[in-house]
Design a protein around this ligand. Structure first.
Ligand code: PMV
Length: 328
């Protein structure tokens, strides 16, 4: 069996996923929409071969925790079951961004692992089938298979819950600025553990319906090329996710002072006529959705704020794909 390397890009949700209808299959309560990030990706090399007596799994640099290794091996089991093989594999993975950067390494990680493992096992899957497989490793990974701007559908069955690209106005020249907070003092709560408690929020049932409406609003804004309406949905979605988090039991407050300082910086710019928008996932870091032409002004505003460790500038990332630079 061949040695195969895949590259998959991280993504940031514009309409958020928080809560599952089937935890085992990772079927989400609502559909979601995300944008892939060109500067944040994972490379993963997989080789299934009889010479390996056990699965050998490594993350270059930071290393995997034991539970992360187990998740990777479980994912290899899914691929082995599909291919009807029992062969063990060597897996070496590398992120071009730190895990602590607040970008979903599980999204790019499970997308790259799925693609490399499938090809190494000699399977041929459609993009949709690959997205379904990636979803089983990590929900947000389903969206890193199609990349660009994609919608991941909620569904009742495994094979119907996948992500696909949707059209996006090219002339917007979108940039995503990842604003890394220095303060990461919040106790790390995994997204799996966090969203398991989402139904305890008194607002959850309503919030799930709201997400579906927000996908329609977002698609309409994109089809009309209405940047202001697009940004309003993004920020509504940020507040929707964090309203659930803050009101579930136990309550989760992912934001830090700097998170709100960045929101306020963007509100100040808006008063001056510059429209850049914020969104935040399960951590204190802010992702700013802006246009290429406004990046310098947004960065100048950020420079006035204390507590920012780093700003990483990304464009829209591609779909997961095979590359030749093997990691072993
Ligand atoms: O699939 P996970 O475990 O990476 O969860 C993603 C959860 C959020 O990032 C908070 C929202 C989302 O839709 O990506």
């Amino acid at each position: 069996m061949q040695k195969i390397t895949a590259q998959a890009h991280s993504n940031i949700a514009l309409v958020k996923y928080w809560g599952k209808k089937d935890a085992g299959l990772r079927l989400p309560r609502n559909s979601s929409v995300a944008i892939a990030l060109d500067e944040a990706y994972t490379l993963t090399t997989v080789e299934f071969d009889e010479k390996y007596l056990e699965d050998d799994v490594e993350l270059i640099g930071e290393g995997f925790e034991e539970d992360e290794k187990d998740k990777v091996k479980k994912h290899l089991d899914r691929v082995r079951a599909m291919a009807g093989i029992t062969t063990k594999a060597k897996v070496v993975s590398q992120n071009n961004f730190p895990k602590s950067a607040g970008m979903a390494s599980s999204a790019s990680g499970f997308a790259a692992l799925s693609m490399a493992a499938v090809e190494s096992a000699g399977l041929k899957l459609s993009e949709r089938e690959m997205s379904v497989l990636a979803r089983n490793g990590s929900g947000s990974a389903s969206r890193s298979i199609p990349g660009e701007v994609s919608v991941w559908y909620t569904a009742e069955t495994d094979e119907e819950s996948y992500a696909e690209r949707i059209s996006f106005p090219d002339n917007w020249k979108v940039k995503v600025l990842l604003v890394m907070a220095e303060d990461t003092s919040a106790k790390k709560i995994s997204t799996t553990d966090g969203m398991a408690m989402a139904p305890t929020s008194p607002y959850f049932v309503h919030a799930v319906k709201e997400a579906e409406l927000n996908i329609e609003r977002l698609k309409e804004a994109m089809s009309l090329g209405d940047w202001s309406a697009f940004g309003k949905v993004i920020e509504d979605e940020c507040y929707r996710l964090h309203t659930i988090c803050m009101t579930q039991t136990p309550n989760i407050l992912y934001w830090r002072g700097v998170t709100i300082e960045v929101f306020q910086g963007l509100y100040r710019l808006r008063e001056q006529g510059l429209e850049a928008f914020f969104t935040v996932d399960a951590g204190p870091h802010v992702h700013i959705i802006t246009k290429d032409e406004d990046v310098a002004k947004v960065k100048a505003e950020l420079a006035k704020i204390n507590g920012i460790k780093k700003v990483i500038e990304c464009g829209v990332g591609p779909s997961a794909h095979l590359v030749d630079n093997h990691l072993f």
